[in-house]
Write a protein that binds this ligand. Structure first.
Ligand code: AMP
Length: 282
């Protein structure tokens, strides 16, 4: 497992692997790795022979009042977690190398998808994500890139940008990994107190209660999202949004006929959490 900070050295390492006939998989992360990330890496290793994990806390995707400075940076622990995994290269660039002129020159923007759901309260977030992922694709030229379904809006945006900009990369969405109590794993769960962590379980439970209503025949988004809100209310959680949308276009789905994304964002204390399930997929 090689660790490379330099952009040209990383590009070179990947090109050499390809010259040796190896297919290349990429798992972009911001570090503070947990089992969710590790699952993506295992998936990339099933699909490709040379797995690159990028670890980069991307300032461009944090708003001015967000948690960029306190976001967990645990590079040594991350390396320990990666030791036993089939990772060939860790790309760990400096901010000053990724954005040498400061972070706001060329931006990749995916209109329509970037302003809904999380984009309503995080207006520049997805331009930051789309820009850094485009840079990573250009630097590392992967055949396959694996992203988590946990960030369903991010996944939709990346699928769209790959299509629109003709990136020769296959995008794989991997299922959400959860704690035994149902809470979706997230690097931001570290911010939660023990009590908040238990309260946060209500988020997934609320999605499950809507899924149960769906299974009993309810199809109206208005009713299904009300089930979610009611459950959250019991735990005094006021969600930022509860929406049922098409998983690719992210447009609202008023009546669920085909698989639809039920997505929620909510604050537990000061920590903003997101979660989602696909309903109607089985
Ligand atoms: P992050 O480090 O938070 O930027 O996440 C890096 C990648 O891991 C993204 O593709 C996320 O969607 C994915 N990811 C984060 N949490 C989970 C989870 N609980 N299950 C599956 N994938 C996840």
């Amino acid at each position: 497992m090689r660790i490379v900070e330099d952009i040209n050295a990383a590009r070179q390492a990947v090109r050499e692997a390809r010259q040796h006939g190896l297919s290349v998989g990429l798992v972009p992360t911001m570090g503070a790795l947990h089992e969710g990330h590790l699952t993506l890496i295992r998936r990339a290793a099933q699909e490709t022979e040379f797995v690159v994990v990028s670890i980069f806390v991307n300032p461009l995707q944090f708003g001015p009042s967000e948690d960029l400075s306190k976001y967990p940076r645990e590079f040594d622990q991350d390396l320990d977690k990666l030791q036993s995994l089939p990772v060939s290269l860790i790309f760990h660039p400096e901010v000053s190398d990724m954005y040498p002129e400061g972070p706001s020159r060329t931006l990749v923007t995916v209109p329509g998808l970037n302003g809904v759901l999380c984009g309503l309260t995080r207006p520049s977030h997805f331009d930051g994500v789309a820009t850094v992922v485009s840079k990573l694709f250009h630097i590392l030229e992967p055949d396959v890139a694996v992203f988590g379904q946990k960030d369903a809006q991010q996944l939709a945006i990346i699928r769209r940008l790959v299509h629109d900009l003709n990136f020769p990369v296959q995008i794989i969405g991997a299922p959400i990994v959860r704690e035994p109590g149902g809470l979706a794993l997230s690097s931001r769960n570290q911010y939660l107190s023990a009590e908040e962590k238990i309260r946060a379980r209500a988020i997934y439970q609320s999605l499950q209660s809507a899924e149960a209503a769906f299974r009993q025949g309810e199809r109206h988004a208005e009713v299904l999202t009300a089930v979610v809100r009611k459950h959250l209310q019991r735990y005094e959680i006021g969600p930022e949004y509860v929406e049922i949308v098409d998983p690719l276009s992210l447009q609202p789905v008023p009546y669920v006929r085909t698989p639809a994304l039920l997505a929620v964002a909510a604050r537990i204390g000061d920590t903003r959490l997101i979660d989602n399930i696909l309903i109607g997929s089985s």
